[in-house]
Design a protein around this ligand. Structure first.
Ligand SMILES: [Zn+2]
Length: 90
């Protein structure tokens, strides 16, 4: 019996993140604060089924980033990332 993973690859969250950062986030990379792994967005594990978007580290499964949107506000917690590197918006 196989177990279906409950996450998508991080590019599934690219559109949501692009609306926040204004640049192509499939080209973004970052470092996990928990295990120091460096990765591009596609390597992260995206959980989109809850009230917001959660990206987890593929190495240690620590939460890298949480993004929650209401009709008028957005909340961003990127505390699991030591840094994010992304292209300068066009
Ligand atoms: Zn990690």
């Amino acid at each position: 019996m196989s177990q279906t993973p409950h996450f998508l690859d991080g590019n599934a969250a690219a559109g949501e993140l692009e609306s926040l950062f204004g640049t192509d986030m499939t080209q973004a990379s970052g470092r996990c604060r928990g295990c120091s792994a460096e990765m591009v967005l596609a390597q992260t594990h995206a959980y989109l089924g809850g009230p917001g978007t959660v990206l987890r580290c593929p190495g240690c499964e620590g939460v890298l980033l949480r993004l929650v949107r209401s009709p008028s506000r957005m909340w961003l917690d990127a505390g699991g990332l030591a840094y994010i590197q992304m292209p300068v918006p066009a």
